[in-house]
Design a protein around this ligand. Structure first.
Ligand SMILES: *Cc1c(COP(=O)(O)O)cnc(C)c1O
Length: 452
């Protein structure tokens, strides 16, 4: 009998559950986040074997280590093949530096990697049930479109997406509102925080318990594990030397995926935590004092405008500490070890724009704002002339969205129109369908009873 990996809550006041239950619940009943009790390790042979595997095989091999007691191998491999049917380019960019482009999925952001696998796993686990589920999610843009696309067309799962009417680009809105069917979209006359607030209230609302609400935000462990895979894949496709990754971070789900890969044995020397002007985590690493930024600062890398990252509690837990939902540190983590493993840097909007300009001008490399923040973080780190054995290190910077999602910004900076992305091409012609709503929980409740 293989040992089943149990998932505990970071608040430590809820029972441990299976992967399936953690996936379907999203958040633990005590308000904490689920984490695997132990992380399986990859042997040196397994690690070197990844070089010969394509992306779906890499995903299968890694995920099966976590899921083998809960899903059959043949099922999982076919879900992986189905989810990862697009390119994952790795672009060389100077001495032992690479850019991992995670922008070729159907909605042109890296969120497709997580959302597509999560949707397929949820569909698999609930297929035989009579129950109907509703995925409720708040978005500032990319999560909504990735989740909508990933769950579109499923028969036993509805999706309801809340977005702030004035804070989402026309393209991002159309990516969600032109799907129809089981994808319902609400534009709230408010800010992202208001949408998030309604969603959080709904999860705790006992009157909604018959609706089987679940979350597709990055608090869901089902979104994190698939995000470990591209770290392993990128390493296996470059020199397979010890690696330093630069990760453009907002809610830290992407980084958590990388950390899980490292815990499993991937030889990661360091993660560069690159943020925009929402620098609460780099500041925490520097000073040891954690201060939420509220309201969050509006930057051009808008998917990273987060003043209190929801996955920080998981990182704190992995380093032996405990943080509650409000960001209070109930037990300090091992900050010295965190400082060895992470290098935090905040990049201003002006520097982000300069980086987009200079990378294109000097090297012909095109970034959108999020990827530019990561690249600047990497340049800054290498410029520090660290003590790392340089010739034995590979550097990989993550590009998390396609430049075609930000045509206005890029045209202003470069005087050049970025190439298109197939998923964004014919959006103009499609019919939109969404409900506009005041920022009012009562209206939301009436809507949800009518539509789930
Ligand atoms: C969501 C998002 C991020 C931030 O990722 P986290 O996992 O929340 O840290 C970065 N870039 C883009 C384009 C995103 O959509």
């Amino acid at each position: 009998m293989e040992e089943r990996i149990k998932y505990y809550s970071t608040n430590l006041k809820a029972p441990e559950v299976s992967f399936r239950e953690a996936l379907m619940r999203g958040i633990a009943p005590d308000g904490g986040l689920y984490m695997p009790r132990f992380i399986p390790s990859l042997s040196p042979e397994e690690l070197s074997g990844y070089r010969g595997k394509d992306y779906p095989e890499t995903a299968f091999s890694f995920l099966y280590k976590f899921l083998k007691t809960e899903i059959e191998a043949e099922v999982l491999i076919s879900l992986c093949r189905d989810a990862y049917n697009f390119d994952i380019p790795i672009e060389a960019a100077g001495t032992r530096s690479y850019i991992l482009r995670l922008d070729q999925g159907p909605t042109a952001s890296f969120k497709d990697f997580a959302a597509r696998m999560m949707a397929r796993l949820m569909n698999h686990f609930t297929a035989g049930e009579k129950k109907h589920y509703t995925i409720l999610t708040a978005t500032s843009g990319d999560t909504g479109s990735a989740v909508a696309s990933a769950f579109h067309g499923l028969s036993n799962i509805n999706v309801i997406i809340l977005f702030p009417l004035g804070e989402v680009s026309d393209t991002q809105r159309k990516q969600m509102t032109t799907l129809h069917g089981n994808v319902k979209v609400i534009g709230i006359n408010g800010k992202f925080d208001d949408c998030q607030h309604i969603v959080k209230k709904a999860f705790l609302d006992k009157s909604l318990s018959d609706l089987n609400l679940t979350s597709a935000n990055s608090i869901n462990i089902g979104r994190l594990l698939p995000q470990s895979v591209y770290y392993i894949y990128a390493w296996s496709r470059t020199a397979s030397l010890p690696v330093i990754f630069s990760v453009p971070s907002g809610n830290y789900g992407n980084l958590m995926g990388g950390i899980i890969a490292r815990e499993a044995g991937l030889p990661v020397k360091k993660f560069i935590i690159a943020t925009n002007e929402n620098d609460e985590v780099p500041e925490y690493l520097r000073t040891g004092v954690y201060k939420i930024i509220a309201p969050s600062r509006n930057c051009i890398s808008s998917a990273m405008n987060v003043g209190h990252p929801s996955n920080l509690a998981r990182i704190v837990a992995l380093y032996g500490g405990m943080m509650d939902e409000q960001g209070n540190i109930l037990k300090p983590p091992d900050l010295e070890r965190m400082r060895r493993d992470f290098h935090g840097i905040s990049v201003s909007d002006n520097t982000t724009r300069e980086t987009i300009a200079s990378s294109y001008r000097d090297h012909g490399i095109l970034f959108e704002p999020h990827g530019a923040v990561a690249w600047k973080g990497l340049e800054h780190y290498r410029g520090m002339g660290s003590l790392e054995k340089e010739h034995e290190t590979v550097y990989i910077s993550l590009e998390t969205a396609h430049p075609a999602k930000f045509p206005g910004e890029i045209e202003r900076i470069l005087d050049y129109t970025p190439p298109g992305h197939p998923s964004l091409e014919n959006l103009e012609e499609l019919e939109e369908d969404y409900t506009q709503m005041e920022n009012d929980y009562g209206s939301f409740i009436r809507y949800i009873f009518k539509h789930s």
